[in-house]
Design a protein around this ligand. Structure first.
Ligand code: ANZ
Length: 830
């Protein structure tokens, strides 16, 4: 750092050395003293009320932290420090979500084992987080790739399996023969691999799947129990996609039934065609010999498209007639059955009744292929042309008409009211190395041949073997399949030959329960103890990115509900309150990214300004939830504020050890200027409320105002009330913990301010109850008084007439009149 003339700095009156010294000093102190170690149930401290404050744990990438990460971390740190001072036992842990593709990619490129890169990255992250002065209880650190952690992830998988919530299924995947690997949906563009542009085909492959759909209703309903952003709840609701409707069966000439799902059973009499998905199992049986070649060609074509392409409303409809007819369950009319790729196999029943008069997609299809269009609902939303036999529904509002038709279908055994969800089961297998092995073996000989068996608890963890090559094998199998010594085992019960499951779990496995492990991280007997869970219950405040709205936040809610059903947790929901921090944009207002070159490294900022300035600056940029650009220039503003605070406390920065400025002394509040008194109480009130509501930016503004007011008093009186500095220091502590610890110590306190009592305020002295009223003597304003809004006139008169300035102007003369215009003016006439 240099001074304004560009000269290298000396310590003389330059705070930078002081600041970097105290940053290091207090970080070491907190570390050495285990200041943030959280009391376990039963230990001293656990008698306090609990507060569980959680950050979404990061993936430790090779790039280290950028300034976007700490936005949420600083906010939760402020809240955690605040809650400790408010008398809570705070659980504020940190860990690493460390399985995943990048470490594996790096291993493929460099041949370095992911464990090694992961360890290195973790060290960088930890150093960076520590340099921010974050008050984590590091004794609870978690690493999802540690066998002592993933042992329990495997244990959870076992329970999912035994509860029927994990199953194997042949599921179509994107298989790229040229690359010899399975691709994710976003790696496929227009039927070609993103990398290399090779053809990609849909090919069924054995996968592990978790039955999250069984919990769809509860995942939806219980959103009412949590205090989350409405937009995130809505996102989850849409993702779950509950639709009420009916399943309706249409008879077929073959004797089969074609079942459809409709949300509009009221339109049943408007059906003019049926459409089924190309993958529908009945396609082959239905198709007449004369139509077979057309249908086959169409199915081949459809297999190249993604679901998104198929349902793209902007693209025209396509389809082919099967030659078959279905029989309408009420009218007994013959309805042509088509194959159309806008019908998806994995929704409803994979077949629909086409009602072109009332459904846009069906209308487009009917127009394209010249099919009938038959309206059955009028402009007043009432049924028409729908009476049939004894069923009289014409004139009914469509909802009631729909219920009546459904009833009739149920009566004749051709349908049933039903609820369908868009939510799909969770694909839980990856053909990758760097993930948790699935604790299953497949028996390959003997009487149990073909069966899969879960491994016993005492066989866990199933550790990842070291391998030579991390590349996918080319057969679409995980690289683990090539590690013969690991794959080939004998069943410990029967002695039969068996092979280990070679798929690994997806990245979202370890993060679906980590918040529970923090409660009891070293437990080697259980994933967590009942005692710990009973005490910590659920996360009180969870802060993290909105990009996890339906992934992580839905998966962990699902697992938590399974644990709830197993009696392992006492709350139905894991995260009581959720807040998403906004995106930190680059100085140019764009998302920070390496390619744009607008990434700011927090290390550099901290080296120049210190940790407290960095913390304050990130919080002062604006409301936590808003996205906002990084503005280096604004750092100076908060830096000036903090150094003004330090100067007020210690005078000048010198080479000597700092000591408290001599002008700081005991001055009772009754002697402070009223304006300062009010600002003081008002600030305590505001900072308290603002932190609670995560309005860190306005809390900082309030502190700035109070500091200014203190300086006004100081400049006039050359005095600073000690009590004010003490309180100010405590209010500042959650935001700027290093500087405030140093001043707290200089103020004579032997203990860290971590557990100092949070300041309280006198609500009769905040501005909301105190008002400033000018005092006129014979029509001229001569003084101002601060009084309680509800002061009665006689008390006010006594107070005013005792004021030095007022006495001076009255000058002993008799008072003719004393007028008080409430809250506005006091007028003394002599
Ligand atoms: C007849 C009908 C008439 C429909 C009408 C809608 C309006 P949501 O609300 O999204 O659940 N559908 C059913 N299964 C389908 C599938 N596998 N692929 C594509 N479309 C499918 O949508 C349910 C409606 O989407 C169902 O109700 C069905 O069309 C269609 F005036 O049936 B409806």
């Amino acid at each position: 750092m240099s001074d304004s003339n560009g000269n290298p700095s000396s310590n003389q009156n330059n705070p930078s050395k002081f600041i970097s010294t105290i940053d290091a000093k207090w970080q070491k102190f907190w570390d050495d003293n285990h200041t943030f170690r959280t009391a376990n149930p039963g230990e001293a401290g656990s008698e306090k009320p609990k507060f569980y404050c959680l950050d979404m744990f990061p993936y430790p990438s090779g790039e280290g932290l950028h300034v976007g990460h700490p936005l949420g971390y600083i906010a939760t740190d402020i809240i955690s420090r605040f809650k400790r001072m408010r008398g809570f036992n705070v659980l504020h842990p940190m860990g690493w979500d460390a399985f995943g593709l990048p470490a594996e990619q790096y291993a493929i490129q460099k041949g370095i084992h992911p464990t090694i890169t992961t360890q290195k990255n973790i060290q960088t992250y930890k150093r960076q987080l520590s340099s921010l002065g974050l008050s984590y209880d590091w004794s609870r650190e978690i690493n999802t790739t540690d066998p002592q952690y993933y042992k329990w992830t495997q244990w959870i998988f076992k329970h999912l399996y035994t509860r029927g919530l994990a199953y194997q299924a042949e599921i179509p995947v994107n298989w790229c023969p040229a690359l010899g690997t399975v691709l994710a949906n976003d790696e496929v563009i227009d039927g070609k691999s993103e990398r290399g542009g090779h053809p990609v085909e849909r090919r069924p492959m054995r996968q592990w799947v978790l039955k999250i759909t069984e919990y769809a209703e509860r995942l939806l309903k219980d959103l009412d129990l949590v205090d989350w952003p409405e937009s995130t709840k809505e996102h989850q609701r849409n993702w779950i996609g509950r639709s009420e409707g009916a399943r309706v069966q249409f008879g077929l000439d073959t004797g089969d039934h074609l079942e459809v799902f409709t949300t509009r059973p009221d339109t049943l009499m408007g059906v003019t065609f049926m459409a089924i998905a190309p993958e529908h199992p009945l396609v082959a049986r239905l198709t007449t010999s004369s139509q077979k070649s057309f249908v086959d060609a169409y199915i081949k074509e459809a297999a190249r498209k993604s679901d998104l392409q198929r349902t793209d409303l902007a693209k025209g409809k396509s389809g082919v007639f099967t030659g078959a007819f279905a029989i309408h369950p009420l009218s007994k009319e013959r309805i042509p059955v088509w194959v159309a790729d806008y019908i998806l196999m994995n929704y409803g029943t994979g077949a629909i009744m086409g009602v072109p008069a009332h459904d846009e997609r069906d209308k487009e299809f009917a127009e394209m292929f010249h099919l009938d269009i038959k309206p059955v609902i009028d402009s007043e939303e009432k049924l028409i042309r729908s009476d049939i036999g004894s069923l009289k529904v014409n004139g009914q509002p469509y909802k009631i008409g729909g219920q009546m038709i459904t009833k009739e279908l149920e009566r004749i055994g051709a349908g049933k009211a039903t609820i369908t969800y868009k939510l799909r089961d969770w694909l839980f297998a990856r053909q990758r190395y760097w993930g948790e092995p699935i604790p299953v073996i497949h028996v390959i000989d003997g009487p149990d041949r073909g069966k899969s068996r879960l491994l016993a608890d005492d066989e866990l963890p199933i550790e990842l073997p070291p391998v030579e090559r991390y590349e996918p094998t080319g057969s679409g199998e995980s690289p683990l399949a090539a590690v013969e010594s690991w794959v080939n085992v004998s069943d410990s019960i029967t002695g039969a030959k068996a092979k280990r499951e070679v798929n690994t779990m997806p990245g979202s496995a370890g993060s679906s329960w980590y918040f529970l492990r923090y409660m009891d991280p070293q437990n080697s007997k259980a994933a967590w103890s009942a005692e710990a869970e009973k005490y910590w219950q659920q996360v009180d405040l969870y802060v993290g990115g909105a990009e996890h709205a339906v992934g992580h936040l839905l998966y962990s809610r699902f697992w938590h509900k399974v644990f709830f059903d197993m009696g392992l947790v006492s709350q139905p929901e894991p995260f009581k309150k959720l807040v998403h921090q906004g995106l930190m944009q680059g100085e140019d207002g764009e998302k920070m990214s390496k390619s744009r070159g607008n990434v700011v490294n927090p290390d550099n900022v901290i080296a120049e300004y210190g940790s407290d300035t960095f913390r304050l600056f990130e919080m002062f940029l604006g409301p936590l939830e808003k996205s906002k650009p990084w503005q280096t220039a604004n750092i100076e503003g908060v830096y000036r504020f903090l150094t003004r605070y330090l100067r007020l406390c210690i005078g000048e920065f010198t080479d000597q050890p700092a000591s408290l400025a001599s002008y700081i002394g005991d001055i009772p509040e009754s002697q402070w200027p009223q304006k300062l008194v009010i600002e003081f109480h008002k600030t305590i009130e505001q900072v308290t409320g603002d932190i609670e509501a995560l309005r860190m930016n306005t809390a900082i503004s309030a502190l700035m105002t109070l500091l200014n007011e203190t300086y006004v008093y100081f400049n006039e009186s050359k005095k600073v009330p000690r009590q004010l500095i003490e309180t100010f220091t405590l209010l500042l502590a959650p935001f700027a913990p290093h500087m405030s610890e140093e001043i707290w110590q200089l103020l004579g306190h032997k203990q860290s301010h971590t557990f100092a009592k949070w300041p309280s305020f006198d609500s009769s002295k905040t501005q909301s109850s105190q008002i400033e009223v000018p005092v006129q003597v014979n029509g001229k304003v001569r003084d101002k008084v601060f009084v309680d809004r509800n002061i009665d006139e006689s008390a006010l008169k006594a107070l005013v007439l005792e004021r030095e300035l007022v006495k001076k102007w009255i000058d002993g003369k008799p008072i003719k009149k004393f007028i008080y215009v409430k809250e506005r003016l006091i007028s003394v006439v002599i």
